[in-house]
Design a binder for this molecule. Structure first.
Ligand code: AOF
Ligand code: ZN
Length: 366
């Protein structure tokens, strides 16, 4: 057993980032006599699975070889036949699996199939890394709701804008580039109407190489205050803009918006006079949106945390201090009164990004 081979398989899997959704990123490495003889990964949604690509790329006969796969080989007939069968057919001697596939269609059956045919299977090598890599897939395949990342950029004293509302630019160029990479990798981006009225953002992906994929833009606007000239409605993007509103909004405005090219309306029931975010996540999930970057604004961030839709937070912190009693912070709303009821986070990680730091943590479900 060699951890390095699984590390390599995880690195291969990552190459598929942004291309495989809503399917997982998967990598595979074939080892014979202590040498890597084949490598593969799942390159794009609907394409061949990692194991098949690795076998295809192998430089020698794979019979008797070992294979390291970051996800349990599948057992179902989907867009491709089961990979577990392929491994049996090719007479692999041993399969190292980082984690079981949470897809209800697989869920241990792939491992079972292999073992039944006398192939040794070892599960759990670098499992934690594999789970982190596919955190989006893990949530989406089991709950059919998007994995939601709350992102905010602030000063060291926790301000997301000055007292006069100026927020361009708090963090460095490096942090902004990081965020554009996130916009490319996650399927949707969500902001509140307050942000649209204040900044008129385009919410597109701008990567240096120009190859970014735009996220689906979701604007939470319970009273349809969005101006018809807003950039998110006008700029040409291959991704649609979704306006999430309630049945209390002006029906004429709704009709006008619906008539616009590339614009879609989602009407949710009212919750405390606002869009029901949990219901919205359900509808977005139904549309195949597996992941969402919440670039909130204080009010929407508070509602999102309160309604329990947030899975992860990413706080970019710049080496600046702004002060100001009334300068906004990333989470507004009414606030929580007792520390005991705070939103709990775990697995906190600190990543230096240019001259800033990024603090990342998972929300502990309540
Ligand atoms: C992938 N790539 O390398 C592996 C996957 O729709 P299908 O037929 O491509 O099947 C998708 C399911 O197959 C996916 O949800 C996961 O459970 C399993 N494994 N999927 O896209 C891969 N190994
Ligand atoms: Zn497969």
């Amino acid at each position: 057993m060699n951890v390095q081979y699984m590390k390599r398989a995880l690195a291969l899997a990552r190459i598929g980032a942004g291309q495989t959704s809503p399917n997982p990123m998967v990598g595979a490495v074939i080892v014979k006599d202590g040498r890597i003889i084949g490598e593969g990964y799942h390159a794009f949604y609907g394409g061949p699975h990692a194991e098949v690509n690795a076998i295809e790329n192998a430089l020698e006969d794979v019979e008797g070889a070992e294979i390291y796969v970051t996800l349990e080989p599948c057992s179902h007939y989907g867009k491709t036949p089961p990979c577990a069968l392929k491994l049996i057919e090719k007479r692999f001697s041993k399969v190292y699996v980082a984690m079981e596939d949470p897809n209800p269609l697989v869920a241990g059956r792939g491992i079972q199939m292999l073992r039944k045919q006398g192939i040794e299977v070892e599960v759990g090598l670098l499992e934690e890394e594999a789970r982190a890599l596919n955190e989006v897939f893990l949530k989406y395949i089991t709950q059919k709701k998007p994995f939601c990342v709350l992102k905010a950029a602030m000063t060291l004293d926790g301000k997301i804008a000055t007292v006069t509302g100026e927020s361009k630019w708090i963090t460095s160029e490096a942090s902004r580039a990081y965020v554009h990479q996130l916009r490319h990798e996650l399927r949707a981006i969500m902001v509140g109407i307050g942000t649209v009225l204040a900044d008129d953002p385009a919410l597109t992906t701008r990567l240096e190489d120009g190859n970014g994929r735009d996220p689906v833009r979701v604007i939470v606007d319970s009273r349809l205050r969005i101006p018809l000239e807003a950039r998110v409605l006008r700029n040409k993007s291959l991704s649609p803009t979704i306006i999430a509103t309630t049945d209390k909004a002006d029906p004429d405005k709704a009709t006008a918006l619906q008539a616009m090219e590339n614009v879609q309306l989602i009407i949710t029931p009212e919750k405390d006079g606002k869009v029901d975010l949990d219901y919205l996540m359900f509808v977005l999930g139904e549309q195949g949106i597996d992941s969402l970057l919440l670039e909130g604004g204080a009010t929407l961030n508070a509602s999102a945390l309160e309604s329990g839709i947030v899975d992860k937070v990413m706080m970019f912190i710049a080496p600046k201090i702004l002060g100001g009693q009334n300068a906004p912070t990333p989470v507004g709303g009414k606030g929580i009164e007792v520390i005991e009821k705070a939103v709990q986070l775990k697995a906190m990680k600190v990543v230096p990004v240019g001259e800033d730091i990024m603090v990342e943590a998972a929300v502990v479900g309540r």
